[in-house]
Write a protein that binds this ligand. Structure first.
Ligand code: G3I
Length: 403
């Protein structure tokens, strides 16, 4: 009765409630004011039709990043001879799908062609080669990249600069020089410094903030810090550690994003690990949602089928929110919960549309939470009954899950 009279009253004053559901990760992120939720992809994966179909599902992915084909070894394999076919394929796909493109990466010590890594350089010749690379590649993609990772992974774990041909021959000035060249070539792209293990406080995070200040001190444009977030189940930073580090960057007047998120575990995975992973993903998403200058989150491919982890960390894997068979894991529900995904109410009043999204359940058709889905937590308004064979287990004050 109460609900009916509320509805009648709403209609009487011209409010038309229209229940909508944030059906996916990108939709949930956008409902909270973010620009995107996205994923990395790679050219070799695009011939896999089921993979391609989900990659183009813009409810989940409003942004893509090429994980390899815009890197130096791919775009300038020999000096001043450029090859854009691989990068173009991903850029074209983003356009076809209506997805934003993050471009990755202009200056990095790794995946450099031999002519750079083993070349004989002076300060002057390497500055010229680096500026030429940045200028030609950023000009080629001008207007197409939401953001460029201009310099990638310039730091060691202790916060000192990583050894590289650039540091050796140019010194730290290679950073502002690279950013200045990128800004001149593509004035509208957001220019990012991107690194891993800078998601929680420590010497490397402090040094990443110093890089922002260094570039700013040269009067050169830097727009953002990309926290790669290659995390580990169980030792993933807490939401408060993530939040305070995020603010340490955004307080410098730049935006931030999680650019390569994945959370690996020791194989074989157990239910407990997958539950912890879900909560670890939730914490990253929630930290981004809480900071208005965190613009989005990119996962470093969405399925374990194409994750880079097992190749580099033998015995580890299962780091992505979808498994090798392209089936969603508990991590998906964790992300959606962290993004505040669920039902949203769009109210139209005399030409003005207001959307409010409530943090609620990933959609279930039965009112019963399925295995892995959320079943409780502070402010939780979704189902609290778990499907038979599972019980509702508290993960933290904000999140209980059917396991
Ligand atoms: O394309 C060749 C293929 O022809 C060959 O048969 C095959 C045999 O190993 O190798 C293929 O190249 C691999 C390439 O990925 C494409 O799959 C390279 O060996 C492999 O080293 C390369 O790994 C990439 C890695 O960067 C290199 O450092 C990963 O895919 C890519 O996801 C990863 O991405 C990096 C980010 O750029 C920066 N942050 C860390 C992140 C993870 O390492």
């Amino acid at each position: 009765m109460v609900q009916l009279s509320s509805l009648a009253a709403a209609l009487a004053v011209g409010l038309l409630p229209n229940l909508a559901v944030a059906a996916g990760l990108h939709e949930a992120a956008v409902a909270k004011g973010k620009l995107y939720f996205g994923t990395a992809t790679d050219n070799g994966e695009l011939s896999d039709s089921p993979y391609l179909k989900q990659l183009g599902n813009t409810a989940d992915f409003g942004q893509i990043t090429p994980s390899n084909s815009m890197k130096w070894e791919s775009t300038e394999p020999s000096q001043n001879s450029f090859s854009f076919a691989g990068g173009d394929a991903i850029a074209d796909l983003a356009k076809t799908n209506g997805q934003k493109l993050r471009c990755h990466a202009l200056v990095w010590h790794s995946q450099l062609p031999n002519w750079v890594s083993s070349g004989t350089w002076t300060n002057e010749t390497l500055v010229a080669a680096m500026k030429n690379h940045v200028t030609k590649v950023a000009t080629h993609y001008k207007g197409r990249c939401y953001a460029w990772d201009v310099v990638n992974e310039a730091l060691n774990e202790d916060g000192t600069y990583r050894d590289s041909p650039f540091l050796k021959h140019i010194g730290e000035a290679y950073l502002p020089i690279a950013f200045a060249a990128a800004a001149a070539a593509d004035p509208t792209a957001k220019l990012y410094y991107n690194d891993y293990n800078i998601e929680s406080p420590g010497p490397k995070a402090t040094a990443a903030a110093k890089i922002v200040k260094l570039i700013q001190s040269y009067g050169v444009k830097i727009d953002g810090v990309g926290m790669q977030a290659h995390l580990i189940v169980g030792s993933s930073p807490s939401e408060s550690a993530l939040s305070s580090t995020l603010s340490s960057y955004t307080s410098l007047g730049v935006e931030a994003a999680y650019t390569e998120l994945d959370i690996r575990l020791k194989l074989p995975s157990t239910d407990a690990q997958l539950a912890q992973q879900s909560n670890d993903y939730r914490a990253v998403a929630a930290a981004c949602i809480k900071n208005t200058d965190c613009v989005g989150i990119t996962i470093w491919d969405w399925t374990d089928k194409y994750s880079w982890i097992p190749d580099v960390f033998p015995g580890e894997g299962a780091a992505c929110p979808w498994d090798e068979k392209l089936v969603k894991k508990p991590a998906y529900a964790g992300l959606l919960a962290g993004l505040g995904g669920g039902s949203s109410t769009t109210t139209t009043t005399a030409g003005t549309t207001m959307t409010t999204t409530t943090s609620s359940a990933p959609p279930t058709s039965t009112g019963v939470a399925q295995k892995w889905e959320q079943c409780g937590g502070l402010h939780w308004t979704g189902p609290t009954v778990c499907v038979s064979g599972t019980t509702c287990q508290k993960q933290n004050d904000y999140y209980s899950q059917c396991l």
